[in-house]
Design a protein. Structure first.
Lengths: 110, 113
């Protein structure tokens, strides 16, 4: 099963871009990378996912390296409401299991 | 909007009680999941269901059972609650296959005294 590793915590100034890295060096060719976030005492919220190409939606951008061994979630203009734990997840190929990483606790500072 | 709802946000039960946690989704998803989340341990999969009446054990099924009689509803059952089952319980649902995101409910914080 592909595993993910993330830094335990990061700070970001309000209004600046937040760049959250994730390492998934053992990812297989057909395994997607998903990003979720969890605000205190709530269920995880889906942000974005990708396979090979970079992806963008109204919440964030996902940059996946060409070798697919790492990715970066970009929140272009962080706000205080973006303070949360961000999880990088790989869906294990051929199974139903989603492998949750340890998460990065992002704190957006005023 | 996809909605995954859970029957209770907070629940307090006594040791030995039988506890039912209910989860309902409104998107016709085939796959449904029960996780528990504990500090320092992240999300751990308890059980998974890929269709009505079908279930598979996850990583930590001991002390739990599940029921899926209808596609939209997935129940987690603690046959005899114990204090080590005090936790946040999260339900999720999704379509099968790669490329589909999981939608999570708000969670149930269960305390067993």
């Amino acid at each position: 099963d592909a595993k993910t590793t993330q830094p335990p915590s990061m700070d970001c100034a309000e209004g600046r871009a937040a760049n959250l890295p994730c390492n998934h060096s053992t990812i297989s060719g057909n395994e997607y990378v998903y990003w979720y976030r969890q605000i205190h005492s709530q269920g995880p919220q889906y942000i974005i996912h990708g396979l090979k190409n970079n992806e963008t939606n109204e919440m964030a951008s996902l940059i996946i390296t060409e070798d697919r061994k790492s990715s970066t979630l970009i929140l272009p203009h962080a706000t205080l409401r973006d303070t949360a734990v961000y999880y990088c997840i790989v869906r294990s190929s051929g199974t139903y299991k989603y492998i949750f990483g340890t998460g990065t606790r992002l704190k957006v500072l005023a | 909007d996809v909605k995954v709802t859970q029957s209770s946000r907070y629940l307090v039960k006594r040791t030995g009680e039988k506890v039912f946690l209910e989860c309902v989704q409104d998107m016709d998803h085939e796959n449904m999941f029960w996780y528990r989340q504990d500090p320092g341990l992240g999300l751990r999969l308890i059980y998974f269901s890929y269709d009505v009446k079908m279930k598979e054990k996850g990583d930590i099924p001991e002390g739990y059972s599940v029921s899926r009689e209808k596609k939209e509803r997935f129940s987690l059952i603690l046959e005899s609650a114990s204090t080590n089952q005090t936790s946040m319980y999260l339900c999720a649902s999704t379509f099968p296959g790669q490329g589909y995101e999981q939608y999570f409910g708000p969670g149930t914080r269960l305390t067993v005294t």
